[in-house]
Design a protein around this ligand. Structure first.
Ligand code: ATP
Ligand code: MG
Ligand code: FE
Length: 333
């Protein structure tokens, strides 16, 4: 089964063709990072306009690059939430037009399912499992005992992990997006500043990162007021360690609580080198199998959407041609 997948939920226009949910025949990503950089973050209206320009040429490029034609495709899949509404609508409209004209099924995919299924590309993953989604907009712990079956165990109560990375990078004028920059700077710094690790109530798998973000901003402010130097690398390393400690502790606790052997990480922040390192160490110690996607499938892409869509295709979970997009959407919607 070959699925043409489209993803336009944020600032990446992405098109892929995926076979049987795990073999990527082509994966094209047109990133708008250079455009939004100027503004220090994604400008929704600008994102929509670039998706509008980019989407059809990118589909043509993907087909040409893979030697496939639209006739070879068995279904058209598209992200219909969560994300920026104007951005999502561009992908949804394109997918509907294709499905309608080709008379092939349309499959509506949740962006977060996509992040999780990035782990299934070129890989055998065993259930049951616990997955940590850490992205620009989400920090969730989810239990799965089979395909497309999600039990949400924890969520962030305020900022997402990636959002915290982006905000503290912005406070230090490091550039956008902040995650990869902080990750790099942290390599030359030390965890020398005591920032809070917020674990919330015992037994809770929720997260909270806004207190940590404020602590970093207060530190920067206080140093400035006292006329003291700010060691940016140490701030990055200390902040990152505080985030990673909590993410790893909660994921391991959650895996033990659900008595699973398999742990997944997904989303942009799963590219973080400190997170990968500590999670690997802890999983090894606890005899858990750890999976995380290759770097190119951590951040937004359409291959991951095609990976989920295959399982929806098998389940005959098709979308009607009046499909809409939704800015917020739970995994179980
Ligand atoms: P969502 O998936 O929740 O809708 P999104 O699509 O914007 O949000 P992703 O594309 O999954 O999020 O990930 C982008 C986020 O990942 C950004 O916040 C970025 O800073 C962060 N990120 C990317 N690489 C790293 C890294 N090496 N370390 C930490 N954070 C990173
Ligand atoms: Mg992005
Ligand atoms: Fe994403």
């Amino acid at each position: 089964v070959k699925i043409l997948a489209i993803e336009t939920s944020c600032d990446e226009t992405a098109v892929a063709v995926v076979e049987n949910g795990n073999k990527v025949l082509v994966n094209e990503v047109l990133s708008q990072i250079d455009i939004h950089k100027e503004f220090g973050g994604v400008v929704p209206e600008v994102a929509s306009r670039y998706h509008m320009e980019g989407i059809i040429p990118l589909i043509e490029k993907a087909l040409k690059g893979s030697g496939l034609t639209l006739e070879d495709v068995d279904a058209v899949a598209v992200t219909n939430g969560p994300g920026l509404i104007g951005a999502l609508l561009v992908g949804v409209s394109a997918a509907k037009a294709l499905a309608f004209s080709l008379n092939k099924p349309l499959i509506a995919v949740n962006h977060l399912s996509g992040h999780i299924y990035a782990n299934f590309i070129d890989n055998e993953v065993e259930f049951p499992l616990v997955t940590l989604i850490v992205s620009g907009g989400h920090t969730d712990l989810i239990y799965m005992d089979g395909h497309l079956n999600y039990e949400i165990l924890g969520q962030t109560r305020d900022d997402a992990a990636g959002e915290a990375f982006d905000k503290i990078a912005r406070a230090m004028n490091l550039g956008y997006p902040g995650g990869p920059i902080v990750d790099n700077m942290a390599k030359n710094g030390e965890d020398s500043i005591k920032f809070p690790r917020v674990h919330l109530e015992k037994g809770s798998y929720d997260f909270s990162f806004s207190g940590l973000k404020s602590a970093v901003i207060n530190h920067l402010h206080n140093q400035k007021q006292k006329g003291l130097e700010i060691n940016v690398e140490d701030v990055c390393a200390s902040f990152q360690q505080a985030v990673v400690d909590v993410l790893v502790d909660k994921t391991i606790e959650c895996a033990k609580h659900k008595k699973v052997k398999n742990v997944l990480m997904a989303g942009g922040v799963s590219a973080n080198s400190a997170l990968r390192e500590l999670m690997s160490q802890r999983c090894q110690k606890e005899k858990l199998n750890l999976y995380y996607p290759p770097l190119k499938y951590c951040t937004d892409n359409a291959a991951m959407i095609g990976a989920v869509a295959f399982h929806q295709f098998i389940a005959q979970d098709f979308a009607p041609l009046d499909l809409n997009a939704y800015s917020s959407m739970s995994l179980n919607d």
